[in-house]
Design a protein around this ligand. Structure first.
Ligand SMILES: [Zn+2]
Length: 633
């Protein structure tokens, strides 16, 4: 590595060759270490899928259904022949509505089929008591990805223009006349505009606790006279409901001025447009391509997925956990599972030691933090159990007069019935939130649980061929990152059982909040080449990265063969990333993760050992004075 480059831009020093050569695939907005693994798995799974299609004798019944659905999704001749006919069932449901009274009558059914409506319910764990699951209520999403786009007049005009152009093309493929298309789009945008002032920004949404606003049945009934929200809630869960959690109080306070019979015409147009976009994936080749045009333009993705890939994902996205379990069991054996389990526990031990030696926490708070660590549950590789709804799926196929929209509605209904049945029930903590074949990992604050799918446990994150220090700088730091989420600005508010509980002493909380603010300051406004980083939006992930990096470094240092160079280089390697300009700018607005270059460089500058090892001084760009360094965990 070039010595000068190390001191000016470590990320480029490590990834220079890669950055020069890497090409963003045409159907992707970016390429990265994450995406390279994802593409490898995609190839494996697509290969398996074609093999299974030819010989289904050894498949379990859920994989059988997956293949049956895949045969439907890949049959573009049939899809083109059916045209927009399958969408009529949805259009008819919407066209029959003449006011809020009509909507009230069909609300439960449309909810169970996940047909887009202006507001809706979901069942999730109770923040206050993670052993119970309760009902949350929220408004629909906006057409643009964040409220900030509506505040900037130039950006808004540009993106609404883009939305209008791509949606016009889509709706005309659905067969609407030019007059109908113009009316639908202008009315849908008029309703979208009503939602903007009562929608939270990505920055506001990043603060979990602010999303939890309980209102009693009486309060809800006082606030909303135009539509019986409580009666619909009770119909969905088939039980009495005494309170709802609102993710946004502004919306419910404005409910009776937005959701009115006077506005019903624009609500209806909004529903037609939103559902035309949503179900475009299930129709002809032209329509599925047109349906993705807006999001491709937003993310700077050059071309749509090939028909083959699209068909694969359409089936896989429904059966991801089923296919993922096969992937995990086949490609990630018990030996690797044990190996990673050992690493995770090693990292938890280091974390405990660090908390025990912490200088800014009171002994009582330390004890609680150690308790939270020692009760953390860890899931590695693949789950022991899948959600039961796959067993209830039934794929009929074209020969029985079915089509992709009918299949989708039927599967969605089964999943939603299962979800609403969870109301007032204890959660099943064995069920994972992502397939084992997904290159990712997560921490759930409600379960105090970390999950590492088999897919991420590969080079450059982890390999037996890499040195221990490289593995610590890769998967070790990822593991410690997930553990750190238990103590980031969101996670720290939940106790060891996963419930919102103030387990901090006042003084400790004050110090923690000060440190979180310092982390915001460290990243806020830092130029990335595509715009500035938003310190507030990314604070929880930056705290997790910082804790993860320091903890993994400590674990690596304990190892006899520890090598700083290997460790720091692999940390920078796992963040290699090349994105389109549009995608980079979009992520700066909506992604809670910091931009890759800062995840590599800023986090390293913030570590004293890094500065010392490469002899970085105040003349160097990678330099950060010790008094500006932020150390939380
Ligand atoms: Zn994270």
């Amino acid at each position: 590595m070039n010595k000068e480059r190390i001191k000016t831009n470590f990320y480029e020093a490590v990834n220079g060759d890669w950055l020069e050569k890497a090409e963003i695939p045409g159907d992707q907005p970016s390429v990265s270490a994450f995406l390279e693994l994802h593409l490898g798995i995609e190839e494996t799974l697509m290969g398996l899928t074609s093999k299974w299609e030819k010989d289904q004798t050894e498949l379990n019944h859920n994989l059988n259904k997956y293949i049956k659905l895949y045969q439907m999704t890949k049959d573009f001749d049939k899809r083109n022949e059916l045209g927009t006919k399958p969408f009529e069932v949805i259009l008819n449901k919407i066209n029959q509505l003449n006011g809020l009274k009509d909507l009230d009558k069909v609300f439960k059914n449309l909810t169970l089929e996940s047909i887009e409506m202006p507001f809706g319910f979901s069942v999730m764990q109770d923040f206050m008591n993670s052993n119970n699951q309760i009902l949350y209520f929220s408004a629909a999403n906006l057409f643009l990805p964040d409220t900030s786009y509506y505040k900037d007049e130039t950006k808004k005009a540009q993106l609404i223009g883009l939305f209008t152009m791509t949606t016009k093309q889509l709706l005309s493929l659905y067969g609407f006349s030019k007059e109908e298309v113009d009316k639908l789009i202008s009315e849908a945008l008029a309703f979208d505009a009503l939602l903007v002032p009562v929608t939270k920004s990505s920055i506001e949404k990043a603060d979990y606790v602010k999303m939890y606003n309980p209102l009693s049945k009486e309060d809800v009934q006082k606030l909303t006279k135009n539509f019986d929200i409580m009666a619909n809630a009770e119909a969905l869960v088939e039980q009495p409901v005494d309170q709802l959690i609102f993710t946004n109080l502004d919306f419910i306070r404005a409910f009776d001025t937005i959701i009115t019979d006077k506005n019903f015409e624009i609500i209806k147009s909004w529903m037609i447009v939103s559902n035309a976009i949503k179900f475009s994936a299930d129709l002809t080749d032209d329509i599925r391509v047109a349906g993705g045009a807006f999001s491709r333009a937003l993310s700077g993705t050059k071309e749509p997925q090939s028909k083959d890939k699209f068909a694969f994902y359409q089936a896989y996205n429904r059966f991801g956990q089923v296919v993922g379990l096969h992937y995990g069991e086949t490609y990630f054996g018990p030996v690797a599972k044990e190996d990673v389990n050992v690493m995770v526990h090693e990292m938890i031990d280091v974390y405990q030691e660090r908390i025990a030696g912490n200088t800014w926490l009171n002994e009582k708070t330390k004890e609680k933090a150690i308790k939270k660590l020692s009760t953390l549950t860890v899931h590695v590789g693949y789950p022991d159990e899948l959600p039961p709804y796959f067993d209830r799926f039934e794929i009929k196929g074209y020969e029985q007069g079915s089509d992709l929209i009918q299949e989708r509605l039927a599967m969605t209904k089964i999943i939603n019935i299962y979800n609403f049945e969870k109301y007032n029930q204890e959660p099943n903590r064995n069920i994972w939130g992502m397939p084992a074949s997904m290159v990712n990992a997560y921490y759930s604050p409600f379960n105090n649980q970390i999950v590492f799918p088999a897919a991420i446990l590969q080079e450059p994150y982890y390999s037996l061929k890499q040195s221990p220090s490289e593995n610590f700088g890769g998967i070790g730091a990822v593991i410690a990152h997930e553990i750190s989420h238990a103590f980031d600005n969101n996670g720290a508010k939940f106790d060891e059982t996963g419930s919102l509980n103030d387990w901090w002493t006042e003084a400790d909380l004050k110090s923690f909040n000060k440190k979180s603010k310092d982390m915001i300051t460290l990243f806020d406004g830092v130029e990335t080449g595509f715009g500035e980083c938003n310190g507030e939006l990314t604070v929880s992930e930056n705290i997790a990265d910082s804790g993860g990096l320091r903890c993994a470094l400590e674990a690596s240092k304990k190892n006899d063969s520890h090598n700083f160079d290997d460790f720091f280089q692999n940390w920078a390697r796992v963040w290699r990333n090349k994105s389109s300009v549009e995608y980079s700018q979009l992520l700066l607005k909506v992604d809670v993760h910091g931009p890759s270059i800062l995840r590599a460089n800023m986090q390293l500058s913030n570590v004293p050992e890094f500065q010392d090892f490469y002899e970085i001084n105040e003349k160097d760009k990678m330099y950060l004075p010790k008094e500006k360094m932020v150390s939380i965990w």
